[in-house]
Design a protein around this ligand. Structure first.
Ligand SMILES: [Zn+2]
Length: 501
């Protein structure tokens, strides 16, 4: 589906819509409706179950969303978390430099000085996208953080966190103290981050308030014990940086073991890369042939990242491969910076007396993007129906409950819907229109099962107290006793877990 068609469908179905829509919306902000809020929450729960489930020593925390200025100064965000911004001297609109240069310089402007960017603008006679004037300014760095005045005096400067990662780094010493004082130690956060994007776009892909799912793993680089044997033979669809520099973006399928032995990547990195890939393939159920792991080159990575693969999905709605997540080996940059900033040495002494400043492996991504990807890749036309093939554990509604003939079967169907809800099954009662219309609404909402109460259910015949259960994907129907219905429906609502390390 094209991007605007997909967004229109998601708006119409109440998955999401612009914030403050009756006031014309607010750029880069979206609200999730009933289907979207539930789907997003399920995705976040599935992410947590998968990644926190990787080890007994990985934990979920919920830190505050506001950070003191000293934190963002130490992390480098105050100085460096900027985009070059070009203003039009005629109409006074501001644009990101890489956006207005998209056509003439598709590789972006990272690493260029403001003067170099201005030269390119001049050389190509680039015009203002708004008024077509060529009077464009030399770019200025524009900081993407939202600053706030804190407290009654307003003299203390604080910031909405630009990423959840910082909260995990700040929590490390406390987590060390309350934990079992051993490395590796993983600290996960699922929460909002805020960026004052100059040009928010692509709906859920560049928002000003968005959710991140991030796991920061603190470890001793000389010793990271993990069961690599479990993933040794897994094949990964990678595009290595060297190959890209040689001009090819073709995917190679490489075994995990080869990435370590011949590919010179550390086993702890590859182990977590495999599990990140499996999250998208096996938990979100995105088609494997739409996924790739793209290695970033020295020039593309932030300087503190020693290894970086982005996990990308090929999305028709956004015109190609888009980043859904990444695995960053950040070295000791983060605890080093916060050690300096806070004046507290964040080294730890492990059992056996070895002291180490932990390194960080970061598994990052965002459920807003995951949600868009499961809409793009799993919502499709099947003949004359639109079907959202969400795995049952992600589906906002597990089962639609219908009376075949409302007048005759409503009371039974309503009672059944209540009983299923009481048993913890997410159900939606619907008696509007024909059965075909009700199926169509459920198919489009991703509901995996539809339960219909009919004449046989309420009869004295052999099918008394049985209902038909219709499967969304195969459209097949089976007769199921009401007594075993909640077990039948509930069996598929638990998201996959990895084998524990
Ligand atoms: Zn202009």
């Amino acid at each position: 589906m094209k991007g605007d068609e997909l967004y229109a469908l998601l708006r119409r179905r109440g998955v999401l819509w612009p914030t403050a829509e009756i006031y014309g919306g607010a750029q880069g902000l979206y609200d999730y409706g009933p289907l979207g809020a539930k789907l997003k929450r399920r995705i976040e729960e599935a992410w947590t179950a998968w990644f926190v489930g990787l080890s007994h020593d990985y934990y979920l925390i919920e830190p505050a969303e506001i950070l003191p200025e000293a934190v963002v100064r130490a992390s480098g965000h105050l100085e460096n978390f900027t985009d070059p911004e070009v203003t039009c001297e005629n109409c006074h609109q501001a644009f990101r430099a890489d956006t207005i240069l998209e056509k003439v310089r598709p590789e972006g402007v990272d690493g260029l000085t403001p003067e170099q960017i201005a030269d390119i603008v001049h050389e190509h006679r680039v015009r203002c996208p708004n008024c077509s004037s060529t009077a464009l300014s030399v770019p200025k760095p524009f900081n993407l953080m939202f600053g706030l005045d804190f407290g009654v005096t307003g003299r203390e400067r604080v910031y909405l966190r630009p990423e959840t990662a910082q909260s995990s780094y700040l929590s490390f010493p406390r987590m060390w103290d309350v934990g079992r004082k051993a490395l590796p130690l993983g600290v996960a956060v699922v929460g909002k981050a805020y960026r004052n994007e100059i040009a928010p776009r692509q709906v859920l892909f560049r928002m000003r308030a968005f959710t991140q799912t991030e796991l920061q793993i603190f470890f001793d680089p000389s010793h990271f014990p993990l069961p690599f044997g479990r993933v040794r033979d897994e094949s990964l669809p990678v595009v290595r940086a060297a190959r890209r520099l040689a001009g090819s973006e073709e995917v190679e399928h490489v075994r995990a073991e080869e990435l370590v032995s011949a590919g010179a990547l550390p086993d702890f990195y590859v182990f977590h890369l495999v599990h990140s890939y499996h999250f998208f393939r096996d938990v979100l159920k995105l088609p494997a042939d739409r996924l790739r792991l793209l290695e970033k080159s020295d020039q593309e990575r932030a300087f503190y990242n020693r290894i970086q693969f982005d996990i990308e999905a090929n999305l028709e709605s956004l015109g190609g491969f888009k980043e859904l997540g990444a695995v960053h080996y950040r070295g000791d940059y983060d605890l080093g910076r916060h050690g300096q900033g806070s004046g507290r040495d964040l080294s730890v002494t492990q059992t056996g007396g070895r002291s180490v400043l932990p390194h960080v492996l970061e598994l990052t991504g965002g459920p807003d993007r995951y949600l868009w990807a499961v809409a793009d890749l799993l919502l499709a036309q099947d003949g004359d129906r639109t079907v959202w093939r969400l795995p049952p554990y992600l589906a906002p509604v597990t089962a639609g409950v219908f009376p075949l003939i409302p007048k005759a079967h409503r009371a039974y169907a309503l009672r059944l819907a209540d009983e299923l809800a009481a048993a913890g099954i997410d159900v939606q009662y619907d008696d509007a229109g024909t059965i075909g219309k009700r199926y169509a609404r459920m198919d489009e909402a991703g509901t995996p099962f539809c339960v219909t109460v009919d004449g046989e259910t309420v009869s004295d015949g052999p099918n008394r107290d049985t209902v038909t259960v219709r499967d969304r994907d195969s459209k097949t129907q089976e007769r199921v006793p009401v007594a075993s219905l909640s077990a039948h429906l509930g069996a598929s609502t638990r998201s996959p877990r990895p084998a524990r390390a």
